[in-house]
Unconditional design. Structure first.
Length: 573
């Protein structure tokens, strides 16, 4: 059974553009309807010229010029309106796909190449827009022109037209066959370009590491290999198209030669006048261009199918973590957190990361998580904002199961200050107010003061409107960390997650960041992932994890007195 074309998935995005498409098609009908008229006028002007009637020739030429002008005006309207439709469809598809991607769970982005996603959202969707434009801008007008002109030449002499149809089925077959082959090769080529794009994203984001390990030749070789795969895939598609056009063009030339031979026979038989033959010939010439355009567009449509399929493939991916059908808004919380028999394993692994965790954190309590790498510290806190869902057990905030509330209302009340601060391209003010564009400059400035960031920001040439550069490259690690703290201050969450926010800083920056953190932690429930034990001495409780299980819990002094695992960590540091 033949698979349904992926173009059907574009219908919901094309439907809102029907009023504009209708106007464009009205222009198209005028544009197409002129062609038979022009063929008829060609016969008239040839007769007038043959008779030496200058006045008649001038009159017909003037009428022909006006008809041409009308056609070009209609063509302008058609082209402009369809460009509008194509861009609107591409915009709607792009925003829909991007919006859907943002609903997908963290695990999807941890296992997917960002270069491939970027390519699908840019190049593939641009190709989809081009195909939509060509369908209405070129393909439909060409098909209508074929029908209109073909009907006219049949009217002039059906015997001659019937003889020319011998070549048409062969041309149609070749167009279809070449189109299927081009689609297959195009899909392969686009996958290769995605591989190349992914490699570039990885290398450019890790250029410091590449140069630190003198790995330029290694990455160059990888790039050359991927570029060669891409070249071969593209060349295979271009070679096929290069074969197609001469073959189809040769058949068209044969059709023209056949026209002259049979036309002479029909004139000799008295079935066709010289003026009608010239008009007929003009009509046949008007068929060649739309046949060529239809052939070219058919190949582009088959190439576009690969892009449409790749784009809408993303829309079929379901998020692992999503709102329940009757999810409620999480009310303003006090900050009590409860883990009740929670067990968790990552989707791509069968091995448990957390096993039967039972834990209650009081409102305003500071809990530090300690353990070796891989013990489950990060996994435990990642379950709280529902970056993942546990396979067993439940997590409650103020007695409400977090699965029963909307993700947005949950995450709005949980602040996160990561160890590796990520800033987005834009100004400092935009980064502090990230996700809260309604916040004014005064609120942003107050948050920066709490985070010990206002002083260094004020010294910058453009202050809060200074561009941070890609990933905050224009700022130091301590400055980026204080902006992250200001971001959390502005959110004003009741629950705060800290991933050892000072571990990678120099002593001066650490002191400033720690002072800012001390202000931020007041009256909040805090979970700290601790890598250096000196930062957790003041925690209300310290929880020690090992192989996904809680093995110790208590204050700094209590755990030291137990002379157990925490004491070993303390001694090692």
């Amino acid at each position: 059974m033949k698979q349904r074309s992926p173009y059907w998935q574009l219908i919901p995005y094309i439907r809102p553009q029907i009023p504009t498409i209708t106007k464009a098609l009205a222009c198209t009908i005028v544009f197409v309807g002129v062609w038979p008229l022009l063929a008829w006028l060609a016969g008239l002007i040839s007769t007038a010229v043959g008779e030496g009637n200058v006045t008649r020739s001038a009159q017909v030429a003037a009428i022909t010029a006006l008809v041409f002008l009308l056609q070009k005006i209609a063509q302008y309207g058609q082209d402009l309106l369809m460009a509008k439709v194509a861009l609107a469809v591409a915009y709607q598809v792009r925003t829909a796909v991007y919006g859907h991607l943002q609903t997908l769970s963290i695990d999807y982005f941890e296992t997917t190449r960002t270069g491939d996603l970027s390519y699908r959202l840019t190049e593939d969707i641009d190709r989809v827009g081009e195909v939509v434009n060509n369908i209405f801008h070129q393909f439909i007008p060409s098909v209508l022109q074929l029908f209109a002109v073909f009907a006219y030449v049949i009217y002039l002499n059906w015997q001659l037209t019937l003889a020319l149809l011998i070549v048409a089925p062969l041309i149609a077959f070749l167009i279809s066959w070449f189109g299927e082959k081009v689609q297959t090769l195009s899909r392969r080529s686009q996958n290769r370009i995605s591989d190349l794009s992914s490699l570039l994203t990885e290398v450019f984001s890790g250029m410091r590491l590449v140069q630190a390990f003198a790995a330029e030749d290694y990455t160059l070789n990888k790039f050359c290999t991927e570029a060669e795969h891409n070249r071969k895939a593209r060349y295979a598609a271009e070679r096929l198209k290069a074969i197609q056009f001469p073959i189809v063009g040769f058949l068209e030339a044969l059709a023209v030669l056949l026209l002259f031979l049979l036309g002479g026979w029909q004139i000799a038989a008295g079935n066709l006048t010289t003026s009608e033959f010239i008009s007929y010939g003009a009509g046949v010439l008007m068929l060649i261009d739309p046949i060529s355009i239809t052939t070219s567009n058919y190949n582009e449509f088959k190439q576009g199918e690969a892009s449409v399929a790749r784009v809408f493939e993303l829309m079929t991916i379901e998020p692992r973590v999503q709102n329940e059908p009757n999810a409620i808004e999480l009310p303003v919380i006090q900050g009590k957190v409860t883990y009740h028999h929670v067990s968790f394993a990552y989707p791509q692994s069968q091995q448990s990361v957390l096993e039967d965790i039972n834990l209650t954190i009081k409102p305003g309590e500071m809990l530090a998580l300690v353990g070796a790498s891989g013990a489950g510290k990060t996994s435990l806190v990642n379950l709280l904002p529902r970056f993942y869902d546990p396979q067993q057990g439940e997590i409650l905030i103020d007695g409400i199961n977090i699965r029963h509330v909307t993700l947005n209302s949950l995450r709005r009340q949980i602040g996160i200050v990561p160890q590796d601060t990520l800033l987005f391209s834009g100004t400092i003010a935009e980064n502090i107010a990230f996700g809260q564009p309604e916040m004014g400059l005064e609120a942003i400035t107050n948050a920066a003061k709490v985070a010990n960031a206002d002083q260094f920001i004020s010294q910058l040439s453009q202050g809060y409107f200074t561009d941070v550069g890609e990933r905050g490259v224009n700022l130091s690690g301590g400055q980026r960390q204080r902006i992250a703290i200001a971001r959390a201050v502005l959110l004003d969450p009741k629950i705060l997650i800290l991933d050892e926010a000072t571990s990678a800083l120099d002593s001066e920056s650490e002191a400033l960041v720690q002072e800012a953190l001390d202000r931020l932690l007041k009256d909040r429930t805090v979970l700290i992932i601790a890598h250096r034990l000196t930062t957790v001495r003041n925690a209300d409780r310290i929880l020690v994890l090992e192989q996904g299980k809680i093995i110790e819990m208590g204050t700094h002094e209590q755990l030291l007195n137990q002379a157990s695992r925490y004491a070993q960590f303390h001694g090692q540091q």
